[in-house]
Design a protein around this ligand. Structure first.
Ligand code: PLP
Length: 469
């Protein structure tokens, strides 16, 4: 059954399932933010999903704004994606040998993001960024990596310092179990601070292997890059013999066919545009992309949408750097299930379906949802600001955020985060599932249509009132 069919639920409730899970799985979850730690209560256990809705263990359909944390660009269980996976499954689940589908998917990615001249598929975004860092170190013979506070690049040792997403939600400085010797090789800088970046390169430029950045950070809420920030990263890395790694695990194939790189570097998206750049229609890079691009990273990482809901991610980039990977180069990397046929089938189907109409539909649904929620908050006198990078958005809470906006992790953490749990739970009780943390993006899909927007609009006034109390 899918979430769109009717059922009579007689099984255990989410609360009972959570109790059982907690007795055997630490915290009851396989990824921390799922545990509702920052909003309280038991998470909904999901039985099935279809389109823009998920169905919980109680049999309640919820309008879903989590979207599996990003992959569900087309909505859940898109029939053509499911069929592609079923057909692949019938031919065998995994071979540990190359398949044609890996090449097909790699070509689909390169059509959209031509800077990914070569690609290597892995199973998670964490592996993709980990491999990108190893490649950068292998290519430069240097050890130091620069990241930005509030940017999340997965849970590998060196990248957990001052990370966003679940690390931000839990209020953790990083993680126990990470040797100081490893984080000593990570320099953490404030996001959107060109001066700090310039000073860092002036002092330690010759030690730096790479700067890794979410070109449009989405793991401390949405914090758009200030105009010129990505370009300055590009300029400084090139001038100092370091690599630029654009982590598009979350933004890739979501904010447009060519990810955030396409939107900013090719289309000229900018927060300086009158409507915050919301009106910029994402385009394909075109044959003359290299001349047109304001910045081109050396390496990119992809995940989430690229696998259409299956475990798939990729690192891509300059051929000369990518060819340092084993078996032809000295940088080792491997994976039993890397590029497995079910995941590549889902990825191919998803990218083939994600056309201009899909991006236009996500953008217009996103704009409507932003408007109805923001209007409700304003009507209740809740100080807030909607921040967006293309169709991705989040809502920053508090007078400071409303007045000056949020440009870095410190300002994101200074929000009135305690307004969020009642806002979240009121929405959930009304049948709308927001991401369970103020530091996460709201994920809209092409399946979010008028009925979902109406449901959100109907719930928003009471949720806004709860936030105001
Ligand atoms: N990079 C970014 C920008 C992400 O948003 C995430 C996950 O949210 C990751 C890397 C890690 O990906 P995964 O959770 O698949 O390991």
């Amino acid at each position: 059954t899918t979430a769109n069919s009717t059922s009579t639920a007689a099984g255990p409730t989410s609360t009972a399932l959570f109790e059982a899970a907690r007795a055997i799985i630490p915290g009851g979850v396989d990824s921390p933010v799922r545990a509702f730690g920052s909003v309280g209560g038991a998470p909904r256990f999901i039985a099935s999903a279809g389109g823009a809705r998920v169905r919980d263990a109680e049999g309640r359909d919820l309008v879903d704004l989590v979207g599996s944390w990003g992959p569900a660009l087309l909505g859940h269980a898109h029939p053509e994606v499911v069929a592609a996976v079923q057909e692949a499954a019938a031919r065998g689940l995994s071979f540990g040998a190359p398949t044609e589908s890996e090449t097909i998917l790699a070509e689909l990615v390169r059509d959209r993001v031509p800077a990914a001249e070569r690609m290597r598929f892995v199973s998670t975004g964490t592996e993709a960024t980990m491999t990108a860092i190893r490649l950068a170190r292998g290519a430069t013979g240097r050890d130091v990596v620069v990241k930005f506070a509030g940017c999340y690049h997965g849970h590998s040792d060196g990248l957990l310092a001052a990370a966003g997403s679940g690390v931000a939600t839990g209020g953790l400085p990083g993680s126990a179990g990470v040797p100081a010797g490893i984080t000593a090789l990570t320099i953490v800088l404030p996001y959107n601070d060109i001066t700090a970046l310039q000073e860092c390169f002036a002092e330690r430029g010759s030690e730096i292997a790479a700067v890794i950045v979410e070109p449009a950070p989405a793991n401390m809420g949405i914090v758009p890059p200030e105009p010129g920030f990505n370009e300055e990263i590009r300029r400084l890395t090139a001038a100092n013999g370091a690599l630029m790694i654009a982590d598009e695990v979350l933004t890739g194939f979501r904010v447009g066919p060519a990810g955030f790189w396409g939107l900013e570097a090719i289309d000229g998206w900018s927060t300086d545009l009158p409507d915050g750049g919301a009106g910029v229609a994402p385009s394909w890079p075109g044959a003359d992309w290299r001349e047109r691009a304001a910045w081109v990273p050396d390496l990119l990482t992809f995940g989430k949408v690229i696998g259409g809901g299956m475990p798939l991610a990729a690192v891509g980039g300059r051929a000369d750097v990518m060819d340092l990977l084993a078996p032809i180069g000295p940088v080792y990397q491997a994976g039993t299930l890397s590029g497995n046929p079910l995941a590549t089938a889902a990825g191919i189907a998803t990218l083939r379906l994600a056309d201009d109409a899909v991006y236009a539909s996500v953008a217009s649904a996103s704009a409507r949802i932003q408007a109805v929620v923001s209007e409700a908050l304003t009507a209740e006198g809740v100080a807030h600001r909607v921040q967006r990078s293309g169709s991705l958005f989040s809502i920053m809470l508090g007078a400071d955020a409303a007045e000056r906006g949020v440009r870095d992790f410190g300002q994101a953490q200074a929000q009135e985060t305690h307004w969020f749990p009642p806002f979240f739970h009121t929405f959930l009780n009304a049948g709308v599932a927001l991401p369970p943390s103020v530091f996460e993006a709201w994920f809209v899909s092409a399946a979010h249509g008028a009925p979902e927007i109406e449901a959100i609009a109907a719930a928003a006034p009471t949720a806004a009132r709860a936030a105001a109390m």
